[in-house]
Design a protein around this ligand. Structure first.
Ligand code: C5P
Length: 399
């Protein structure tokens, strides 16, 4: 199941480090190779010799070990893997990862890697519940780090609650899911989502009612098929997708810059409800009533069209560019014209008239418009729309 997969295993310093011996054995049984890296603290719980024997490889321990640098530098070590697994991920390791602290070999590898990273947290229940760990976990998730566990139950320290490292079989399953199950493995896909906020003055802005639910579901579905997803979102209150690298923006211009910074990509899905216009001159202080009863005159300029910009790139264009068309009348005709005008491959058209309940709702009713016709999909949840779209994208990219 994991045949030929290369796992770089960073073993942190906690009692759960003992489970790593079994973890290495199970990963190798499934055909993976395991390159172990141990922190100093991990060596207090399990010996490098036993780790090395079970892994069938030397254990990397020290950033300044010149022999290792001569054999394989830490950058190369971090990139030779298909996945970097941190188990147990202690509160300290999570904090260092969240803050980009590279103070030893393990944390330097984690900063240098361009591969997927999974953590299996293990710590005392109060440490797990601590506000600092909550913050670090949220940051790591937004950085696209995958999280296996922790489980609830009695812990080595005598307390009961969440904080036990996930069982070995659960970690192995999660790795299998992240590495193998996806037809979009090794594909990089950009998803824009949510509204944009266009400032008028320091306290006011122009926005729209997009909840970001459809974009988030699409990012979730693509990541679920193994894609490396860059999720670029305007201000929303929804949870961020699992396993996607999140970039938060406010304005259309920021969104365009984030998209350009995330290229190249195999595909791009533009689900964001980008404001068409922004105020030409943002006031530097709050606009006040002047007593005349006359409202202030706001001058607007057009925002960059992110979808059209990417779809019409002369070189480096993603193979598949997908746009959305939220319409209130003549849905198909308008969306078909929009596909042509913007130069994208597909348009997902939907009717967002208030009576449909789609904007801000849980369901969507879409038509996929491509170069050779239209496909009317039945009304279904936004998650199912996302799944169907992700599957279709996988077919195109693998076709
Ligand atoms: O022109 P309209 O806003 O209806 O087009 C909708 C599609 O274009 C969506 O996919 C949206 O994400 C994208 N778009 C964009 N940049 C804009 C306006 C729309 O990417 N400035």
């Amino acid at each position: 199941m994991l045949l030929g997969q290369k796992i770089l295993l960073v073993i942190g310093g906690g009692i759960a480090a003992c489970k790593c011996l079994d973890l290495i054995r199970r990963l190798r049984e499934r055909g993976a190779s395991v390159t172990p890296v141990m922190t100093r603290a991990a060596e207090e719980f399990v010996t490098p010799l036993s780790v090395s024997v079970l892994a069938g490889q030397k254990v990397y321990r020290d950033l300044f070990d010149l022999t290792d640098e001569a054999e394989m530098g830490h950058i190369q070590l971090s990139r030779a893997a298909d996945l970097v697994l941190v188990a147990p991920a202690t509160a300290e390791l999570m904090a260092k990862m969240a803050h980009g602290i590279a103070s030893d070999l393990a944390t330097t590898l984690l900063m240098a890697t361009d591969k997927r990273v999974m953590i299996a947290p293990a710590m005392n229940v109060r440490m797990w519940d601590h506000a600092a760990t909550r913050r670090n976990l949220a940051t790591l998730k937004e950085d696209g780090v995958l999280v296996a566990g922790p489980n609830e139950g009695p812990m080595a320290c005598g307390e009961i609650g969440p904080g036990r490292m996930a069982e070995v079989y659960q970690i192995v399953d999660a790795i299998g899911h992240a590495l193998v199950c996806g037809p979009l493995r090794n594909r990089h896909i950009i998803v824009t989502s949510g509204p944009t906020h266009e400032p008028i003055d320091p306290v006011r802005y122009i926005a729209n009612r997009s909840s970001g639910a459809q974009g988030r579901a699409i990012a979730d579905a693509l990541a679920g098929l193994g894609a490396a997803v860059r999720f670029i979102t305007g201000p929303v209150n929804t949870e961020m997708p699992e396993g996607a690298l999140v970039t938060r923006v406010k304005t259309a211009q920021e969104m365009l810059e984030a998209v350009q910074g995330a290229l190249p990509a195999d595909a791009a899905v533009f689900a964001a409800a980008v404001a068409d216009w922004r105020v030409a001159q943002q006031a530097t202080s709050k606009i006040r009533k002047d007593g005349s009863g006359r409202p202030p005159g706001l001058e607007f300029v057009e925002n960059p069209d992110i979808l059209a910009t990417v779809a019409q790139m002369a070189s480096g264009r993603p193979r598949l560019v997908v746009g959305f068309a939220a319409e209130t009348d003549d849905v198909i005709a308008n969306a078909t014209a929009k596909r042509k005008r913007k130069g994208c491959d597909w348009i997902i058209a939907n009717d967002v008239s208030p009576e449909t309940g789609i904007l801000g709702g849980a369901e969507n009713d879409v038509t996929l418009i491509h170069g050779t016709g239209t496909e009317d999909w039945p009304r279904m949840t936004k998650e199912l729309v996302a799944h169907r779209l992700a599957t279709r994208i996988a077919e195109v990219l693998n076709g």
